[in-house]
Structures are given as structure tokens and as C-alpha cells.
Ligand binder design. Structure first.
Ligand code: B4P
Length: 191
């Protein structure tokens, strides 16, 4: 089993790249953002509780996403591993993931960090807002807050990855195909 973390600021292309990486390597794509948006869409109790937090660009509580991920890992069969997209987003989530994998005989094999400048991020999310209907893409102040939350709460996870020797920085600017090739070259080193 291989476990790859797709990491980077909001709008850096984690979701875009995770889908095709999962297909190529027969991994399950686990996006906490997609899971939370599905709860919102279905109008569940959890979705209703998380709606305002997500619309403001803040992080939902760690225990919510940790539980979601654990359930998905335990219900998956027939895959060669997982691409974690947008999870972990805090050091606490990273530690929980590491433990969760360890007790199941697995580990974090690779952390791919997409690097994209803030101007490009803002531009991508404004474009996505035209088609996504996402409240958190539509407002420049919310996008700025998401980038700020990333820098303060999520970036420290990169240090966690560095200390365990699994993180790799990847230039996230360029064509989607070129970035995909860059990511694949790192995955090829662990399979
Ligand atoms: P996410 O769904 O993870 O949203 P994201 O960071 O904006 O997306 P991503 O980086 O995947 O961007 P994408 O590929 O779509 O999170 C949303 C919210 O959910 C969070 O703010 C938080 O509230 C909550 N949440 C999720 N996980 C959580 C967790 N673990 N803990 C707590 N809260 C959590 O790319 C963006 C756009 O760029 C797309 O339109 C794409 O087409 C375009 N694009 C991609 N690559 C490009 C390229 N190379 N060139 C040009 N455009 C490109």
C-alpha cells in the first residue's frame, strides 16, 4: 500500500492532480473538502453545522475530518493505497493520520507540496468561482483568509513532513499536464 499526501495552498491544484494520480496508480482519492461539500449538499446535520465555517474559509474541527478519513480507510478494498487531498491540514491531523495508518500496518510514504504564488492562487479561485458556485471562492476577503489560515495552521505540517523525510516540493505553476509529470516522477521513486 502507498499513501501519498497532496499538499499546498487553497487553489494550488491538489484536487485537480489527485484525481488523475489516483486513476494512474489505482489509489483511492480522499478529499476532505469534497466529503464536507457532499454533507452540505445532502443537508445533513453535520453539513449544516460546518456550512458557516467553510463559507468563512476557516477549518472545520480536527475530530470531524479525522473521523471521516478513518471511516473511508476502513471501508476501502481493492486499491493500492490512498491519495489524501486537503488532509492533514493541521499538525494534530497529521499526527492522527500517522497513528491511524500505523495501527493498520501502513505509513505516510510521500508528501507532495505544490508551490504556487498568491497572485496565481487568487486568479485560479476567482475563475473557479464562476463555475463552482462555492461560497468560499466567490469573495476575495474569504480567499485571502483561506490563504492566511493555510500559512498559519497548515504550513507547519510541511515541517512535520520534512522531519520524517517524506516531503518533496513541486513547482505548481505551469500546464496541468506538466505538473502531473512532475508529481509522477516523485511517486515513481516509492513504487
Ligand atoms: P478544499 O476542497 O481542499 O479546497 P481547495 O484547497 O480550494 O482546493 P484545491 O487546492 O484542491 O484546488 P483545485 O485543484 O480545485 O477545501 C475547502 C474547505 O473545506 C476548506 O477551506 C475548509 O473549510 C474545509 N476543509 C477541507 N479539508 C479540511 C481539513 N482537513 N480540516 C479542516 N477543514 C477542512 O484547483 C483550484 C482551481 O485551479 C481549479 O479551478 C482548477 O481548475 C485550477 N487549476 C488547477 N491546476 C491549475 C494549473 N496548473 N493552472 C491553472 N489553473 C489550474
Amino acid at each position: 500500500m502507498i499513501n501519498v499526501l497532496m499538499f499546498g495552498p487553497p487553489g494550488s491544484g491538489k484536487g485537480t492532480q489527485s484525481v488523475t494520480l489516483a486513476e494512474k496508480y489505482n489509489l483511492l482519492h480522499l478529499s476532505t473538502g469534497d466529503m464536507l461539500r457532499a454533507e452540505l449538499k445532502a443537508g445533513t446535520g453535520l453539513g449544516k453545522k460546518m456550512e458557516a465555517i467553510m463559507a468563512a474559509g476557516e477549518l472545520v474541527p480536527d475530530e470531524v475530518v479525522i473521523e471521516m478519513i478513518a471511516q473511508k480507510i476502513d471501508s476501502t478494498t481493492g486499491k493500492k493505497g490512498f491519495v489524501f487531498d486537503g488532509f492533514p491540514r493541521t499538525v494534530e491531523q497529521a499526527e492522527a493520520l500517522q497513528k491511524m495508518l500505523e495501527v493498520r500496518g501502513m505509513k505516510i510514504d510521500l508528501m507532495l507540496v505544490l508551490e504556487v504564488n498568491d497572485v496565481e492562487l487568487m486568479d485560479r479561485m476567482k475563475k473557479r468561482a464562476l463555475v463552482s458556485g462555492r461560497a468560499d471562492d466567490a469573495d476575495e476577503a474569504v480567499i485571502n483568509n483561506r490563504i492566511e489560515v493555510y500559512r498559519s495552521k497548515t504550513e507547519p505540517v510541511i515541517e512535520y513532513g520534512r522531519s520524517t523525510g517524506v516531503s518533496r516540493q513541486v513547482d505548481g505553476v505551469g500546464s496541468i499536464e506538466d505538473i502531473f509529470d512532475r508529481l509522477c516522477s516523485h511517486i515513481e521513486t516509492i513504487i
